[in-house]
Design a protein around this ligand. Sequence first.
Ligand code: ADP
Ligand code: MG
Length: 342
Amino acid sequence: MPIRQLPAQLANQIAAGEVVERPSSVVKELVENSIDAGASELLIDIEQGGARRIRIRDNGSGIERDQLELALSRHATSKISSLDDLESIASLGFRGEALASISSVSRLTLTSKTAAQTEAWQAFCEGREMRVQIQPAAHPTGTTIDVQDLFFNTPARRKFMRTEKTEFGHIDEVVRRIALGCPRVRILLQHNGRRIRDYRPLRDESNATQRLSSIVGNAFAQHALSLQAEVAPWLLRGWVAPAAHCRHQGDIQYMYVNGRMMKDKLLNHAIRQAYGEQLGDDRQPTFVLYLELPPRDVDVNVHPAKHEVRFHQARQVHDFVLQSLRQALPGTTPQTEGGDEY
Ligand code: ADP
Ligand code: MG
């Protein structure tokens, strides 16, 4: 076959294979966009585990009328404009791929209004086959994205969707992760018209444990030790369970780097090492931790789903986390140790 440029829709659908694995990945991308837009309230409506509908309404900055079509096209982003920006990312998104990918495998309606506009506008596209249609609409300042019939035009992917219950379970978990990452945002989650979660915003530090326990449960919130450590300009804070209260499953292991949830080998290693011999074989490190460091000290452009990062001073970050946890956990020895491999 001769070499050919792929049509835009096909290219988007191929990219969708990376970004949009299942309904919960759509929820993750859309919610991250709302957070990046500065929203303080989010309403997430799910129907049939997300297969029928995923609708997210936010009160963020909105998108201007003449940017709506661009927002839906590939490699279009308002978050970076140069390689230099890429090296110091503060937003959750930056690839400009999510909306293009999602709209290529669903029926997507984007409704938005900025504070400066008097009217809201709506863009509709179906499987990205037709040109985007734009019409006036009613909507307060902010954005609603309504994704219907996910994978309707990619039957092979549709087949991989599990039961409604399983898919909603994944969505619930994604929303939980994001809610832990942005405590000042109110998040409501509904499934088939029923309210499932209502994560109330953290107004000040005094209700921090309340928000924590509403998201990860009372047991953890009660026994966890709160922690705050700083080796300027790095900051680590959050909660960690003492070994005796660690869980048998690794289900409460939330690590955020600059607000972004990570499953990072290096950090996990440091955390496990901090517990030392205390854990035994049947318990897992149990924690909710936030690591803040200057965006320049970390490279987030490593993995499409952005679960991994690369630290420019990996060894030092590892030891900072290790020492901070040892100081917080009773019976472990805060000391410097060289030589441990991770
Ligand atoms: P990225 O988030 O990587 O920039 P997306 O495809 O997710 O790419 O979104 C494209 C652009 O659309 C964003 O850069 C942003 O400008 C705009 N956008 C998407 N969702 C929202 C939203 N909820 N509120 C305001 N702007 C949004
Ligand atoms: Mg995005």
